[in-house]
Design a protein around this ligand. Structure first.
Ligand SMILES: *Cc1c(COP(=O)(O)O)cnc(C)c1O
Length: 373
């Protein structure tokens, strides 16, 4: 892992893992908290991450987000620390860097462990450094929907202190499980490729709405599955070919990020006169990698349908205010800004290969939806 990623990290040790969620699981095993210890975590999140915390017997304490970055709000964090708090999990949501200066200070003050979820954060900079090195550990994901996609795979980052004498547990799975899992991801990656979306995925999901809910579920897994439980052995191990794919994709990362950022800027400029739209401040605490492009709009579902009719794939409700989900109802109350993001955030394409005409088409189609011809 160091050969591929070492140039981005200064002091940490890097370990390959079967998926990003395995990296968090291994971290939780490494730090060995007591049942009932509290984990402070942003409410606007991927429910799987919260599920892992609960499954480990820990208590998630939901912290609201800064609506401009979608990341943990440091003021709300400071208010929610108790004497049972042990760990803070910060997600660099949408590839936007969180306020690590203040969050780091709060962790030091209260002697809390700090873990960064960098699933969206390859190439994201806090100040001038790759995110994932501010605390005790971090996870990276190379799953099908991530900026660097190797059909699965992840990485655990550990501080020197936690890495001393550590090696990740063995991951013995059958050859069949390994093959089927990787192959399924490969197929899903092809089916969800944005260029093919209009021809494969979109009709399949529309068909699925009427006839084949299982198909739709497999292609786009539910973003809130109350029955989800982490099963260590259900995933393929990290495979050597993943390192090669990472090396190839890393070689283009800087260019890829610059292009994405430029596309986002162009679309934002084109939409700046529309009063109904609110933008994020992606670079508030460093430099976003542009991997996700989010906008606040009054009715994301209606805009998604409008965009789909014009051949543009977008994604409303990708993440949720986990504090408002039925599966975490024991850990309420919900959080104001996280709830707003759940209801009003829409994710637009920012693929580096978008052509000028396509970028313009996205802007004018959204403009037309809001009655600006
Ligand atoms: C994808 C993702 C993960 C986990 O990655 P896997 O490799 O799918 O386990 C964690 N956090 C966030 C925010 C993600 O989007």
């Amino acid at each position: 892992m160091t050969a591929v990623w070492g140039h981005l990290f200064h002091r940490q040790r890097l370990f390959p893992t079967p998926t990003g969620r395995h990296a968090l699981w291994y971290f939780l095993e490494r730090i060995d908290l007591q049942a009932g210890d509290e984990v402070l975590i942003a409410a606007y999140n991927f429910y799987v991450i919260v599920r892992l915390v609960v499954q480990k017997g820990l208590v998630p304490v939901f912290v609201d987000i800064d609506p401009e970055t979608l990341c943990l709000d440091s003021q709300d964090l400071a208010q929610k620390v108790t004497d049972r708090s042990r760990l803070v999990i910060v997600t660099h949501m949408f590839g936007n860097p969180a306020n690590m200066t203040e969050i780091g200070a709060i962790c030091r003050q209260h002697e809390l462990l700090l873990f960064e979820d960098c699933a969206h954060g390859v190439g994201t900079l806090w100040e001038t450094e790759q995110v994932g090195q501010a605390g005790d550990g971090a996870l990276f994901s190379f799953g099908v929907e991530k900026l660097i996609n190797t059909f699965g795979g992840g990485m655990l980052v550990l501080s020197d202190r936690l890495a001393a004498g550590y090696s990740p547990p063995p991951h013995p799975v059958s050859k069949l499980t390994s093959f089927v899992d990787t192959f399924a991801r490969c197929i899903r990656s092809v089916l969800t490729a944005p260029r093919l979306y209009g021809w494969t995925l979109y009709p399949a999901t529309r068909l699925g709405e009427w006839t084949l809910p299982q198909l739709r579920e497999w292609i786009i897994p539910a973003k809130d599955d109350p029955d989800y439980r982490f099963v260590n052995r259900s995933r393929a191990p990290f495979k050597p070919f993943m390192k090669q794919m990472q090396t190839l994709q890393l070689a283009r990362l800087v260019e890829n990020i610059a292009r994405r950022r430029d596309i986002i800027q162009q679309i934002k400029t084109g939409l700046s006169h529309i009063a109904e739209i609110r933008f994020l401040d992606e670079d508030k605490h460093g430099r976003s990698n542009g991997s996700y492009f989010g906008l606040y709009v009054p009715d994301p579902a209606a805009l998604t349908r409008h965009l789909a009719r014009h051949g543009i794939g977008s994604n409303p409700q990708e993440y949720y205010d986990c504090a408002a989900l039925a599966q975490f109802s024991a850990y309420r109350p919900p959080c104001l800004h996280a709830g707003y993001a759940s209801d009003h955030l829409l994710r637009l394409p920012s693929y580096p290969w978008l052509r000028p005409a396509e970028i313009e088409h996205i802007g004018t189609t959204i403009g037309a939806f809001f009655g600006h011809g």
